[in-house]
Design a protein around this ligand. Structure first.
Ligand code: SF4
Ligand code: SF4
Length: 190
């Protein structure tokens, strides 16, 4: 049958030589590689005492960002969910009430926002798609756990600390964000 792509390559199988049929040279070659590795420096490290440095463009757990006044930046536009190739993000939008202006920047906000970390492939497309500077990937891992449910991160897990109630934690999270942004900018300029 004619292949659709027409890229089929027919290979000829050559008969083995006497040396190849004896297998001994190849066994000796394999053993030489094995013994060679025994004297090399081991690539394993004693985690958690020793930690491997991250790549400058490492992408880990997500955070939902706030502005300097502590208002949530996310406006539940859904662009991150649409951009996500793993369909890991779900959200429910709600309308801001007049007495909630100190909580949310825009008239619409995410009443529920969830990321399934078991689906996520940490590609960073959600971060790139967000027009509100609201979602970032950090240098933190999702900790190991025993249940699938515990890998579904909701808003309480994702939102960075409020600068009014936890100014130090907010500054620390912002500092990491700035470093992350600088790294991504440097990467894009390469
Ligand atoms: S990092 Fe990629 S896979 Fe993970 S939630 Fe964002 S877009 Fe989806
Ligand atoms: S995180 Fe950004 S892209 Fe996603 S819903 Fe919120 S504002 Fe839209």
């Amino acid at each position: 049958m004619q292949a659709l792509t027409n890229r089929v390559k027919v290979l000829e199988q050559k008969p083995m030589t006497l040396l190849e049929r004896m297998y001994l040279p190849n066994i000796a070659k394999g053993m030489a590689i094995t013994f060679g590795h025994m004297f090399k420096k081991r690539p394993t490290i004693n985690y958690p005492e020793q930690k491997r440095p991250f790549s400058p463009v490492f992408r880990g757990l997500h955070i939902l960002n706030r502005d300097e006044e502590g208002k949530e930046r996310c406006t539940a536009c859904g662009l991150c969910a649409v951009a996500c190739p793993a369909e890991a993000i779900t959200m429910e939008a709600a309308e801001r009430k007049t007495d909630e202006e100190h909580l949310y920047r825009e008239e619409k906000y995410a009443a529920r926002y969830e990321i399934n970390m078991l689906r996520c492939i940490f590609c960073g497309l959600c971060e790139e798609a967000c027009p509100k500077d609201a979602i970032y990937l950090t240098e933190t891992f999702a900790p190991a756990n025993y249940t699938r449910q515990s890998f579904i991160y909701g808003k309480p897990d994702l939102l960075i600390p409020d600068p009014k109630t936890q100014p130090d934690a907010f500054a620390q999270a912002q500092g990491k964000l700035e470093a992350h942004k600088a790294n991504m900018k440097a990467k894009n300029e390469q």
